[in-house]
Design a protein. Structure first.
Length: 403
């Protein structure tokens, strides 16, 4: 098999996912096209230089529907002979795009791909596609469906994660993100977004709240307590699935959960021959990929079995990993990962995460791969693992190593 390498990784800044957010005026297609144009220009991708564009987005409806990937290619400066494939693995869509591209290269189906994803949550709200898992009563009842916030609170209850634990983690995410921006750690990857006239719109992650502290978070009410407890609440559904729990402890709120934002990210994946033909030096090798299904009610524990699987598949141990990026969908998701593998917070999400900077669903997987690679280079580390929880009970992971 061929080796698959990362040659470049970029992302947009993340704009607030509301109508007053800086990126609200930019469609998902145009934001994606800007990412494609940047990769093309930075890497001199003339002509039919890549086999395909594989692009993830979680809410594939309206302007984010209709094979957004192909629309983005046509809206960009890429050669029209390059096709496009839109995929949806919910929050792991961007990572799955990169993993699919890597495995295509490894299998000899093309020398290079652009992979990544987008989500403009201010324009296409989460859940607006009417997913069957949430709205079809027969499926929801059979799978004991509860909203993700309830799932995050189930994790906290099951694994003894307290409100103070979650809030302290969130405060640290904000502190680390501010430090990373202040020190220019994202300078290589973040691409300023411009409007149709070429005027700058956004050059930084605008969701951050660097003044967050334990006192301000302590004043927030749990976001999911009412939907859980008011009859017939979702807590009752969860307790039918997990009768050993006396009750669900609700600890999550807007301050210790990921932010709703707009954003996009792109990764250039190719073979050794592709790099040699284009005069490009690889930054990292994609060593292994993994995906797995998990319990659809607790839903968000996927990073743990996905990591167990990717380590087993690649013959590695957790001690072989130098740095980790675990998507901060909710504090309890990452705290459970650290607990399960006894991972020190000092080597995990060292530049903050989605609690501070936001979680643009279809893009986040590609974002954390790029963030991981940048930090591996900055800190001179060799091997990194990125992983995400996924809606309806799935997990995905990627291991990369510097070359």
């Amino acid at each position: 098999m061929n080796d698959a390498y990362i040659y470049d990784a970029i992302r947009s800044p993340r704009g607030k996912g509301k109508t007053d957010g800086s990126l609200h005026e930019v469609t998902s297609v145009r934001l994606s096209a800007q990412m494609l144009n940047t990769l093309k220009a930075r890497n001199s991708l003339d002509g039919h230089a890549v086999e395909d564009v594989i692009w993830g987005n979680a809410t594939q409806v309206g302007e984010q529907g209709g094979c957004l990937a192909r629309s983005a290619v046509l809206a960009s400066d890429l050669d029209e002979r390059i096709p496009g494939l839109s995929i949806n693995r919910f929050c792991a869509s961007g990572m799955e795009a990169v993993n699919l591209a890597a495995n295509q290269v490894r299998g000899g189906a093309g020398e290079a791909y652009i992979a990544g994803g987008v989500e403009c949550m201010s324009r296409v709200p989460m859940g607006s596609d009417g997913a069957a898992i949430a709205v079809d009563p027969s499926l929801a009842m059979e799978s004991y469906f509860v909203p993700q916030g309830i799932s995050a609170d189930i994790i906290a209850t099951e694994y003894g994660i307290t409100r103070d634990d979650a809030d302290a983690f969130a405060v640290e995410s904000q502190r680390r993100a501010k430090t990373a921006w202040d020190e220019g750690r994202f300078a290589r990857s973040v691409v300023e977004v411009r409007d149709r006239n070429g005027l700058p719109i956004l050059d930084h992650d605008e969701f951050m709240r660097p003044g967050t502290d334990m006192q301000s978070l302590g004043a927030l009410k749990p976001s999911f307590q009412q939907m859980g407890e008011v009859m017939p609440g979702f807590d009752a559904v969860a307790l039918m699935k997990y009768p050993h729990l006396e009750r669900i402890t609700h600890i999550h709120h807007a301050g210790n959960s990921s932010g709703i934002v707009d954003g996009a990210a792109a990764v250039l994946v190719g073979s050794k021959a592709f790099g040699e033909a284009h005069g490009l030096a690889p930054r990292a090798r994609i060593r292994a990929t993994a995906k797995i299904g998990t319990d659809p009610t607790i839903m968000l524990t996927g990073p743990v079995p996905a990591t167990e699987k990717i380590l087993a598949d690649s013959g590695m141990e957790i001690a072989d990993i130098d740095l980790f990026e675990v998507n901060e969908a909710f504090s309890s998701v990452v705290l459970r990962f650290m607990q399960a593998f006894d991972v020190d917070h000092g080597v995990l999400n060292v530049n903050g995460g989605a609690i501070a900077m936001g979680h643009p669903l279809g893009a986040s997987g590609a974002i954390i791969i790029g963030t991981l690679l940048d930090e591996m280079e900055r800190a001179d580390k060799d091997v990194g693992l990125a992983t995400l929880c996924v809606a309806s009970g799935m997990g995905a992971a990627t291991i990369i190593e510097r070359v």
